[in-house]
Design a protein around this ligand. Structure first.
Ligand code: PLP
Length: 376
């Protein structure tokens, strides 16, 4: 099997699997006052320190959640609950993941004014443009670090620094799901008040993530109940999943730069190999080397995806967001209309080799010779 759909999810690493088992064995409720509860509580504290360390944050700034969708919903609806009565404007982009775009769309229905910025020809959103969209009526800015469909990397750090200087009261949220443990950044460099993270994109299990909330920022809790996570997120903590998340982060810690270098080499190889095939174009807009979108001219991406799957190669169709539902993101990145149905997303992991890429390109060449072409 050659798995090149790591932006969708990753295979849990061995350390994460072992840690999940350990979290199951130590089955106490972290809120219980007896020793079993204390043991579970201590396990969670350890993982909180690991995740905080990886971000350059304080442990108390990390809230464990069920994943980035919950983290972003908590951040966005929390910002609205805190400030939405007095202020109305939200600044975001046209290419956010639905876990950010849909809560913001909901707030638009509730009367917020939403300014959505589109990437320019180079796939960038200049920080000056973000600053220009913010005004005194703005309470939230939400911009992702790395786009999940194209790998585009936004200069969030510069945009947030400019905004904080002129509008210190505005809450700054960043969906860092596709950048965490893949690109080197710290909360200080990013300058965000709120950061969403997900476990299953970094070799941890699904159903766990975190929200970073900068010390001093107070959001009303989104989940009400027993007051776990210091009152910020009620619900008994999933000790096994949190252990898996912590173990996966620990396994990657100290290796972000070297893995990034290796990923750049694999991406360079992919671009070179695509260049040798006239029918394949690479929509390289600069950014994370872990995600590359390519278009195989004349072949529908879904058809090619299933052809590759039969050969044990797993990729994603670039224009499909969720279960084949069309996404507008590819269009927003100025991919020519005639190619938009042919985009494949190749997303690599720390385990992907150049040999894997060669096998992918050989299979694509075979498909070009045998599959029916789209009428253009
Ligand atoms: N944000 C981005 C950029 C993503 O790629 C994803 C997952 O596809 C999410 C958020 C949602 O993460 P989760 O599955 O942890 O809710």
């Amino acid at each position: 099997m050659i798995y090149l759909d790591n932006a969708a999810t990753t295979k849990p690493c061995e350390d994460a699997c072992r840690a999940v088992m350990r979290g199951m064995e130590l089955f106490g409720n972290p809120s219980s006052l007896h020793s079993l509860g204390l043991e579970a509580e201590m396990l969670i504290s350890e993982q909180r320190e690991i995740v905080a360390d990886a971000l350059g944050a304080l442990p108390k700034e990390i809230i464990f959640t069920s994943g980035a969708t919950e983290s972003s919903n908590t951040a966005i609806f929390g910002a609205y609950a805190a400030h939405g009565k007095r202020k109305k404007r939200i600044v975001t982009t046209t290419v956010e993941h639905p876990s950010v775009a849909n809560p913001i769309a909901k707030l638009e229905q509730l009367g917020c004014e939403v300014i959505k910025l589109s990437p320019d020809e180079n796939g960038e959103i200049p920080p000056q443009q973000v600053l220009a969209a913010v005004n005194d009526d703005t309470f939230l800015v939400s911009i992702m670090l790395v786009n999940n469909e194209t790998g585009a990397l936004f200069n969030v750090g510069s945009a947030f620094a400019m905004i904080k200087k002129r509008y210190p009261q505005v809450l700054l949220h960043c969906d860092c799901v596709q950048g965490f443990m893949k690109l080197p950044f710290t909360v200080k460099k990013l300058g965000a008040d709120l950061i969403s993270l997900s476990g299953h994109k970094i070799y941890a299990p699904k159903g766990v993530g975190a929200l970073y909330v900068k010390n001093g920022v107070h959001l009303p809790p989104f989940m009400l109940g027993g007051g776990q996570e210091n009152g910020a997120r009620s619900g008994t903590e999933s000790v096994p999943l949190i252990c898996g998340f912590g173990a996966a982060v620990k396994a990657l810690s100290g290796k972000v730069e070297s893995s990034l270098e290796a990923a750049r080499e694999v991406q360079k190889h992919l671009v070179q190999k695509c260049g040798e095939n006239e029918g394949v174009s690479v929509n390289l807009i600069g950014g994370s080397p872990y995600i590359t979108s390519i278009a195989v001219q004349g072949l529908k991406s879904e058809v090619l995806l299933h052809f590759l799957e039969k050969k044990g190669i797993f990729v994603s169709s670039g224009s499909a967001c969720s279960k084949g539902k069309k996404s507008s993101v590819i269009k927003e990145f100025h991919v020519p209309e005639k190619l938009s149905d042919s985009v494949l997303r190749i997303s690599i992991s720390t385990q992907t080799t150049k040999q894997d890429i060669d096998t992918l390109l050989e299979a694509i060449a075979e498909a070009q010779g045998s599959l029916a072409r789209i009428k253009q």
